[in-house]
Design a protein around this ligand. Structure first.
Ligand code: NAI
Length: 238
C-alpha cells in the first residue's frame, strides 16, 4: 500500500469518524478501531478504509491488533488515540465502577495502544501520535473521573514527546471543547445549552473541526511541534 496509514481508535462515530473522514480526504488509508464488529465494518467501508473490532482497554488484544494491522495494511504512520467515554456524576456520588471504566478507556487505552505502536515507530524513526484529551482536563463539575483521565493523557503525551523526539516521532494532544457527537447529544437539554452559552464563537464544534487540526499535526507543517496541547473549542473556557 503506498498511502500512509492513519489509525484512529473509536473511529466509528463522532469525533473519531470526523478525524478519519478528514484524513481519508487527505489521501491517508484510514484504519479505524471500535467495539462493534458490524458497525466498524460499515463505517470503514463508507470511509474507504479498514475496520477492526478492538477494545482499547484490553492490553493483549491491542498487541495482537497492532500486529495484524501492520501485516494486513502496512506501517502505522499516524496514531490518533480518540476512543473515550464519560460517566458523569458528582464526586460524592461517583461509584468505583464509574471511576474505573473512565480511567480504563480514556487513560489506559492510549497507553495500551502507544505501548504497542511506539516500538515499531522507533524502529522506523518516523511517526506522529495525536491524543484526544478534553477541555475538561482542567476541571469540570461532575467529571472528576473524566478530568483526571484526560489530565493523565496530557502527562502521557508530554512524557512520550520527550522520550520519542530523537526518533523523529512527535506526540501532541488536542483538547476539543464542545463538539456535536453522540456523546454530547446524550446530555440533558439544559446542560447542553449551558455549554453552548460558554462558546465565544457561538456554535458547537464539528468532528471535522477537530479532524483538520489532527491533519495539521500529522502533516509536514507540524514537523517541529511536539509535546504540545492545542485547544479546539471556539474559544471556550470551562
Ligand atoms: P462518542 O461516544 O460519540 O464516540 C466514541 C467512540 O469510541 C465510540 O464509537 C465508541 O464505541 C468508541 N469506544 C468507546 N470505548 C471504546 C473502547 N474501549 N475501545 C474502542 N473503542 C471504544 O464520543 P465523541 O464525542 O466522539 O468523543 C471522542 C473523543 O473526544 C473522546 O475521547 C472524548 O472524550 C473526546 N472529547 C469529546 C468532546 C465532545 O464535545 N464530544 C469534547 C472533548 C473531548
Amino acid at each position: 500500500m503506498d498511502q500512509p496509514i492513519a489509525l484512529v481508535t473509536g473511529g466509528q462515530q463522532g469525533i473519531g469518524r470526523g478525524i478519519a473522514a478528514v484524513m481519508a480526504a487527505r489521501a491517508y488509508h484510514v484504519v479505524i478501531w471500535d467495539l462493534n464488529r458490524e458497525a466498524v465494518a460499515v463505517a470503514a467501508r463508507e470511509l474507504g478504509g479498514s475496520g477492526y473490532a478492538v477494545d482499547v482497554t484490553d492490553f493483549g488484544a491491542v498487541a495482537e491488533a497492532v500486529t495484524v494491522v501492520e501485516e494486513e495494511q502496512g506501517p502505522i504512520a499516524v496514531l490518533v488515540n480518540n476512543a473515550g467515554i464519560n460517566r458523569d456524576r458528582m464526586l460524592h456520588r461517583m461509584s468505583e465502577e464509574e471511576w474505573d471504566q473512565v480511567v480504563d478507556v480514556d487513560m489506559k487505552g492510549p497507553f495500551n495502544v502507544m505501548r504497542h505502536v511506539v516500538p515499531r515507530m522507533r524502529e522506523r524513526k518516523a511517526g506522529r501520535i495525536i491524543n484526544i484529551s478534553s477541555a475538561s482536563w482542567q476541571g469540570n463539575v461532575g467529571q472528576a473521573n473524566y478530568a483526571a483521565a484526560k489530565a493523565g493523557v496530557i502527562g502521557l503525551t508530554k512524557t512520550a514527546a520527550r522520550e520519542l523526539a530523537r526518533f523523529n516521532i512527535t506526540v501532541n494532544a488536542i483538547c476539543p471543547g464542545f463538539i456535536d457527537t453522540p456523546m454530547t447529544r446524550r446530555m440533558p437539554a439544559e446542560a447542553f445549552q449551558v455549554m453552548l452559552d460558554k462558546i465565544p464563537m457561538g456554535r458547537i464544534g464539528t468532528p471535522e473541526d477537530v479532524g483538520r487540526v489532527v491533519a495539521f499535526l500529522a502533516s509536514p507543517d507540524a514537523a517541529y511541534v511536539t509535546g504540545d496541547v492545542i485547544n479546539v473549542g471556539g474559544g471556550m473556557v470551562l
